[in-house]
Design a protein around this ligand. Structure first.
Ligand code: ATP
Ligand code: MG
Length: 261
């Protein structure tokens, strides 16, 4: 349903963030994208979302080229980016304010339940914890009923317990509504826990080094993910060996955040 063909992005400063990337993503598939810092992961999501235009190549959804922000595609950033002067419910409904009040209310109740924030709708963003604020951001995306959810390191600023709980929420949302999900992560554990397919990227220019199929059912709490994590780690090492800084260890290369689990 999503098809990326020879997708390339060179920024005005000459940085080749992506070079001729090809990827097909099935409806309802969860794809995790992982790779070193600067290898073009965020650029990839911005191009898919239509927020940024490609230098060459194209993104298609159901065969239709994405040229501008698309109603069926929603991007969630690492930080919640809520409007501080609006309440939780006003933030969540912002993208559907053109709909009638009845429909807004109906959808609001449904998404508040999905992210378990039923009693928080009158609060302001400053009255929320980091995990709650990120749940509001997820609800704000869900309320538009997107077919594609793009998440750019959505849980990386959160503590391990909140992260695990939001990963579970995401899987519940996927089970209920079946969106196609592309999630960028620095966390090997997260990629192995959530994705049907892990795409390992390589920098300069950003491209796909390897795709790893995760042929395990979801959720995976009880399953041994170690063999899969090993393969992801090995691919990341290969991607690092191709850079001009092969002496960096994996942790340093991917980011200063947690990756090695
Ligand atoms: N607006 C921009 N203008 C110029 N160069 C940019 C711009 N955005 C990103 N870049 C460059 O393009 C490359 C890819 O950046 P991108 O943000 O897509 O990487 P990333 O894989 O998301 O990195 P990280 O893991 O650190 O978030 C980097 O070299 C970056 O410096
Ligand atoms: Mg990024």
């Amino acid at each position: 349903m999503l098809s990326l063909r020879s997708l390339a992005k060179t920024y005005p400063n000459g940085v080749e963030a992506l070079g001729a990337l090809n990827l097909d993503i099935l409806a309802g598939e969860i794809v995790a994208v992982i790779g070193g810092s600067g290898c073009g992961k965020s650029t990839l999501l911005r191009l898919i979302s239509g927020l940024e235009s490609a230098t060459r190549g194209q993104v298609k959804i159901h065969g239709e080229q994405v040229m501008a922000p698309h109603p069926l595609i929603n991007l969630i950033f690492q930080e919640p980016r809520l409007l501080p002067w609006l309440t939780v419910e006003q933030n969540i409904c912002f993208g559907i304010r053109h709909l009638d009040r009845l429909e807004q209310g109906r959808r609001l109740r449904a998404v508040l339940q999905q992210v378990q924030l039923q009693s928080y709708e009158k609060r302001l963003p400053k009255e929320l914890s980091g995990g709650q604020a990120q749940r509001v951001a997820i609800a704000r995306a869900l309320i538009t009923q997107p077919e594609v959810l793009l998440l750019d390191e959505p849980f990386s600023a959160l503590d391990a317990m909140t992260r695990a709980s939001l990963q579970d929420h995401l899987l519940e949302i996927w089970r209920d509504a079946g969106p196609t999900i592309v999630i960028v992560t620095h966390d090997i554990e997260e990629a192995a826990a959530l994705a049907h397919r892990v795409v390992v990227m390589q920098p300069s220019p950003g491209r796909i080094l390897e795709e790893i199929d995760m042929d395990l059912p979801l959720p995976r709490h009880e399953l041994d993910l170690e063999p899969y994590k090993k393969r992801i780690r090995a691919a990341l090492r290969r991607s690092l060996a191709s850079t001009d800084q092969p002496e960096l260890n994996l942790n340093e290369a991917i980011s200063n955040r947690r990756v090695f689990s």
